[in-house]
Design a protein around this ligand. Structure first.
Ligand SMILES: C[S@@+](CC[C@H](N)C(=O)[O-])C[C@H]1O[C@@H](n2cnc3c(N)ncnc32)[C@H](O)[C@@H]1O
Length: 228
């Protein structure tokens, strides 16, 4: 892991401050920097849940609520949770939103049918406690779908993606939003465990049928599992 990346409480504080700062232009930059591909990735994330209409689904680290909107479209009952007051203030969803921590959820054991989480795993203080907390609130048979950035396996694509993510993203993000934040975002990929380890962590945390699917040549990934 890169030495300059913060850990523990310092990371939590830095992440909160960063998302409060970039909230007003977060959605616009997401669309721009992914060439709109994030819309399709969110659709696939929600589609992968395969729950009945009316199912109660948490969007953890919901930000401005993009996944909540997709969940509503699909007939689910979403509730968003996020730590950043700035991101919640910039919301664009009709779903109820709660300011809170995804690692300490204000929901009873086995009370939830589904969980989605978009682009936030690398921002959590620690990944395993998050997965264990998800397993606590999900009912047996409940579904989870986690969307994250990733690095392509293919060496050439990986190099090209590294140039774009490591150079173009900080440049454009710096010009249109916050320079420090868009320098940190590509670096924060270093927090993510290798793909196979993420799948085994899901399994160890109480999820069956744990799987990982690369999206768009592997620049994003979708992790799914069913609560045992
Ligand atoms: C990259 S944004 C993703 C927002 C949204 N899920 C999306 O798909 O666009 C990461 C979000 O994670 C939130 N976040 C980070 N750590 C969190 C935590 N421990 N609990 C709740 N939200 C958290 C941040 O405030 C931010 O809104």
């Amino acid at each position: 892991m890169t030495a300059e990346l913060p850990q523990g409480e310092a990371k939590v504080k830095a992440v909160d401050a960063m998302f409060d700062a970039i909230a007003p232009r977060y959605d616009m930059l997401n669309r721009l920097l992914t060439f709109g591909m994030d819309v399709g990735w969110r659709r696939k994330t929600v589609k992968s849940l395969q729950l009945s209409p009316g199912a109660k689904v948490l969007d953890l680290a919901c930000g401005t609520g993009d996944l909540c909107r997709e969940l509503t479209k699909r007939g689910y009952r979403p509730v968003g949770v996020d730590r950043s007051a700035g991101m919640l203030a910039a919301q664009r969803t009709t779903a109820p939103l709660v300011r809170g921590d995804a690692l300490v959820l204000p929901f009873r054991d086995t009370s939830i049918d589904g969980i989605v989480c978009g682009f936030a795993l690398r921002n959590f203080a620690s990944l395993k406690p998050f997965l264990v907390e998800c397993a606590r609130v999900l009912r047996p048979g409940g579904r989870m779908a986690l969307l994250e950035v990733a690095q392509p396996e293919n060496a050439v694509l990986r190099w090209g993606h590294g140039q774009y993510f490591g150079k173009v993203v900080p440049l454009v993000g710096g010009l249109l939003s916050d320079r420090d934040a868009y320098q940190y975002l590509p670096k924060s990929v270093a927090y993510l465990p290798p793909p196979a380890r993420m799948v085994s962590m899901l399994s160890e945390s109480g999820f069956g049928a744990a799987a990982r699917r690369p999206l768009s040549t592997g620049i994003a990934q979708l992790l799914t599992g069913t609560r045992r």
